[in-house]
Design a protein around this ligand. Sequence first.
Ligand code: GLU
Length: 298
Amino acid sequence: MPEPAPGLAPAGAFVTRFAPSPTGYLHLGHAYSALKAHDAALEAGGQLILRIEDIDQTRARPAFEAALYDDLAWLGLSWPQPVRRQSEHMADYHAALARLEGLGLIYRCFRTRAELVQAVLSAPHGPQAQVFRGAPLPMAQEAERLARGEAYAWRLSLERARAHLGADYERLRLVETGDAPGTPKGPITARPDRLGDIVLARKDVGVAYHLAVVVDDALQGISHVIRGADLVEAAHIQRLLQALLGLPTPVYRHHRLLMGPDGKRLAKRNGAPALRDLRMAGETVQSVRGRLAALDVA
Ligand code: GLU
């Protein structure tokens, strides 16, 4: 049997990933997520992959990336090399975008932030939907705005995706196995409409998170996506992208989010300690696990 390429998993294996964005120092909330993925891989005799989600080069910093390797090694994690850094694989994401464009499923959206808010507020289903659904501009208008050099984002057209998939659109399934409160478990029907016509690419950030993630999860043979409940909704749109791009769907395990003493989600801004600070203060992994267990009350 051929050896899998470095960083890629053999078919049929339990492979999960931790996929931080190097836009700040990792904190206790990240440790919780990383250890969940690590422990699940260990229990299943599988593998944990580390992926650096640094497509947003306006926010990613080498110092944060360097610190996260040290933090994760300190937590006892190990991962295969080379680590996939999204910024080095833009061609893969552009190929996926081109494929969607070839299928006629994306459109250029020239609306400014203020115009988007206005469009959402005056949507036919009322502002409670809070999502944007647009349409391509007539060709002549689009050509004119392009000629003027106006900025635009590529958006996925849910209307066209629905037409493309036909009855299958309503039958997209995903398997949720996490413990996030209020999230139904088991095979569930994906509801990609909830996020509206999402942005897949824009000028400053050449590709959006959802597109890069589905490409990478497939390329790296991820069988289980283990991550925080803040991304529950993301799985629904990612499921649609997988269907449109002919990619496999991993099992999803969204875990609940740790709350700080103020009852808010743990974050740097509400005082979640950075792992780096705990590490430098001489804490042990056992004490970090102890801290997490104390916060992990359902
Ligand atoms: N890069 C994302 C984050 O740091 C995680 C994305 C994912 O796990 O799908 O929140």
